[in-house]
Design a protein around this ligand. Structure first.
Ligand code: 5AD
Ligand code: SF4
Length: 461
């Protein structure tokens, strides 16, 4: 979501005359869009700020300047503390106020003028405003072939380890019509794949656009995906991140009914132990999770899964770790992210007794990751010999090489001519590594008919 937010900041700043530079030494302004989810991410902000400060000093010595801003969840959580520790920062703002960046910059410039060019006092804007930032964001002016679209933000789940409900705020869903308009616009700019984003994306709910056989009840994510699947030219739809509690039947069935919905789902479970899940306030058991996985497999037999895991949550014992390993073996993940529990300020788990030793956390993480890596490699190997559609969306390291993604989010470098950049091509997969597969274009690499053209458009739309 930070990638999406950063792109929107670029859209906001373009009309003010800013453009992106890869070289911090020539930047008039640098904005760090920050993450507060684990302590490590937070520490990185202060070391990055130190680096930016050196560029700022060099530029000042040359008679130029560099405005430094801190946005995102560290900005939200730390506010004044950032200015105290790094007084060379001019603006601090949060994930719900970045649409006010043009105003903040204008205010800062006014202050600077008043103070005859001296650095203005740091501005802090970490409200949770009543207006939605989405109403103030300009329409994107360009799109990659694979693009993010925020449909939902914030979270009301309050897992006891997590800062998100405090930094991103309460759960909010964007109106259906705004989402469809943005998606159509992105497709008209060249997007073939849209990933719907939300901290709790499957908690999405919006007023229906029209009455249907379902009556006038609110539309959930499954229904939204169906509406999006009617956009001509949109070949792939994904969504993340989901919560097991909100995996309703409509969404599960959508996986079987909507071919553009990719057969790959990131569904965090965090732990396989019921007592830890309860202490985490996840409101689901290991069995609930396994039932959802079963239902999804019935709806879409070729579906593959990825997940998030936390090891070393307060009070976690060896038997809890065993339960997590058992769940992993039962599901068989194609990919996964696993983390050592990180104590976060203001969260209930941060104040829990029986915090687990770092050494034990490291040992458990290694054990978990060994198993998950093994599963990932064997999943990748099972694809060797198949042909898959690959969306070529990155230039490779070598001349003439491009990297794309399979439906299962696997990276595949292939030799391909430049005109295939941003296209969906057919690739025969030839060998597998843990983090990628190698393949080559088939003779009929480019699909003659986009998937969406093969589908009948519903007249009711
Ligand atoms: N410590 C470690 N991992 C965390 N996550 C969230 N909060 C913490 C924390 N305090 C992980 C969860 C979540 C992912 C985005 O980050 O696994 O799903
Ligand atoms: Fe954090 Fe996700 Fe739990 Fe919300 S559902 S509190 S975002 S881990």
């Amino acid at each position: 979501m930070n990638v999406y937010d950063s792109d929107r900041m670029v859209d906001l700043l373009k009309p003010l005359g800013y453009s992106i530079t890869e070289d911090p030494a020539e930047a008039d302004m640098a904005i760090l869009n920050t993450c507060h989810i684990r302590e490590k991410a937070e520490q990185k902000v202060y070391s990055d700020l130190g680096r930016l400060r050196r560029h700022q000093t060099n530029r000042r010595n040359d008679g130029d300047d560099m405005v430094i801003g801190v946005g995102g969840c560290v900005g939200q959580a730390e506010g004044k503390e950032i200015i105290r520790q790094a007084p060379y920062v001019s603006m601090v703002f949060g994930p719900q106020t970045y649409h006010r960046l043009p105003e903040m910059i204008a205010q800062m410039n006014r202050e600077k003028e008043k103070r005859e060019g001296k650095r203005p006092k740091g501005l802090i804007d970490t409200d949770f405003p009543l207006e939605s930032k989405f109403d103030s964001l300009p329409a994107p002016t360009s799109s990659a072939s694979s693009v993010f679209l925020s449909v939902q933000e914030g979270c009301d789940k309050f897992c006891t380890f997590c800062v998100v409900p405090y930094t991103r705020g309460a759960e909010y869903s964007r109106p259906v019509s705004d989402i469809l308009k943005e998606a159509e616009h992105l497709v008209s700019l060249g997007a073939l794949e849209i990933t719907l984003l939300g901290q709790n994306v499957n908690a999405y709910h919006g007023q229906p656009l029209y009455a249907s056989s379902h009556g006038t009840k609110e539309w959930g994510l499954g229904r939204l995906v169906f509406e999006l699947s009617q956009i001509k030219g949109l070949e792939r739809i994904r969504y993340m991140t989901s919560h097991p509690r909100d995996m309703d039947d409509e969404l599960i069935n959508a996986h079987g009914e909507i071919p553009q919905l990719m057969p790959f789902l990131h569904l965090p479970v965090q732990s396989g132990s019921d007592s830890i899940l309860e202490a985490m306030n996840r409101k689901h058991t290991a069995k609930d999770y396994l039932n959802i996985i079963e239902k999804l497999k019935i709806a879409r037999p070729d579906i593959a899964f990825s997940s998030d895991f936390i090891v070393g949550f307060p009070g976690e014992k060896d038997t809890d770790q065993e339960a997590t390993l058992t769940l992993i073996k039962e599901v068989g993940f194609a990919q996964a992210y696993s983390f050592k529990y990180s104590k976060r300020p203001g969260t209930p788990a941060g104040a829990m007794e029986l915090q687990v030793d770092e050494e034990i956390k490291s040992k458990r993480l290694r054990e978990l990751q060994d198993l998950l890596n093994e599963q990932q490699l064997s999943f990748n190997r099972s694809m060797v010999g198949t042909t898959q559609m690959v969306l070529l969306d990155r230039k490779g390291k070598h001349q003439g090489q491009m990297i794309g993604k399979t439906p299962y989010m696997q990276s595949v470098p292939v030799v391909a001519s430049d005109d295939l950049f941003g296209k969906l091509v057919e690739v025969r997969l030839e060998s597998a590594h843990e983090n990628s597969l190698v393949g080559s274009l088939t003779d009929s690499a480019i699909i003659p008919y986009p998937m969406s053209e093969l589908l009948e458009r519903k007249d009711e739309v």
